[in-house]
Design a protein around this ligand. Structure first.
Ligand SMILES: O=C(O)CCC(=O)C(=O)O
Ligand SMILES: [Fe+2]
Length: 234
């Protein structure tokens, strides 16, 4: 679409935790953005990979979903812009990794991990250092979905039952907190504390027990990524 202008999209935010900073965002993307993301990601998925200690992308039994990098078309650019603006006005687009769509079918999951890296090979200046923040966006989920939440095992469950709209309040108190896969909502968190990875941001994509889920990662690096690691705008 020539001359596409970003929708004036209003959304609310809810601080879940101040330390580590975790913010829940209902309606982060619009209905039409969600369907656009489904369209542009369809048929492009390949088995998800995980960066190893040398920085190389590898298949891993800890991550059984399928994923794809998204080209930065005009609709994707609006989402990128929103994600940057959310974090203040000062972060340029060059700090963003290409947005990554992740598709989970029955039984697929991502075992507990952090989005920040522990090995220097993955945080070189070319990569813009480490991942400062993450958004995980639930783009779509089948209506009958069971499982597929995002669990942060080291966080405390919320006390107020109004959170039960977004988190699984049936989970045990020792299981941390699990955000449910509610389409178009997002969870944002800060990965680093004082420039170092924050272990409390450990999280997992729980197995989908029924139905399927489409998610999206928006990762912001500490600094600018080399051109080859960013997505070109189209
Ligand atoms: O699927 C989820 O709920 C979380 C996925 C995730 O943490 C990731 O892709 O890094
Ligand atoms: Fe993650």
């Amino acid at each position: 679409t020539p001359n596409y202008t970003c929708p004036h999209h209003l959304y609310n935010v809810q601080i879940f935790s101040e330390d580590p900073l975790i913010i829940y965002i209902p309606d982060f993307i619009t209905v039409s953005e969600a369907s656009h993301l489904q369209t542009i990601s369809a048929n492009r998925f390949t088995s998800s990979q995980v960066a190893d200690q040398t920085g190389q992308q590898q298949l891993a039994s800890t991550r059984t979903s399928r994923s794809t990098s998204l080209e930065s078309d005009q609709v994707v650019q609006c989402i990128e812009q929103r994600a940057l603006q959310f974090q203040g006005y000062d972060i340029p687009r060059t700090h963003l990794e290409p947005l990554q769509a992740v598709q989970y079918s029955l039984g697929e999951n991502y075992k507990p991990h952090t989005d920040w890296f522990t090995s220097d090979a993955q945080t070189t200046p070319s990569f813009g250092g480490n991942r400062a923040t993450s958004f995980f966006v639930y783009v779509a989920a089948s209506e009958d979905i069971v499982g597929g939440g995002t669990q942060f095992p080291l966080l405390d469950a919320p006390k107020n039952e109004r959170w039960c709209e977004y988190v699984n309040c049936d989970a045990g108190w020792d299981e941390g907190v699990t955000f449910r896969p509610i389409p178009r909502n997002a969870v944002f968190w800060r990965n680093l504390k004082g420039g170092r990875g924050d272990q409390r941001t450990l999280h997992a994509g729980l197995p989908v027990q029924r139905g399927e889920k489409l998610g999206m990662n928006i990762w912001t690096r500490e600094r600018e990524l080399d051109l080859q690691y960013r997505s070109e705008t189209i």
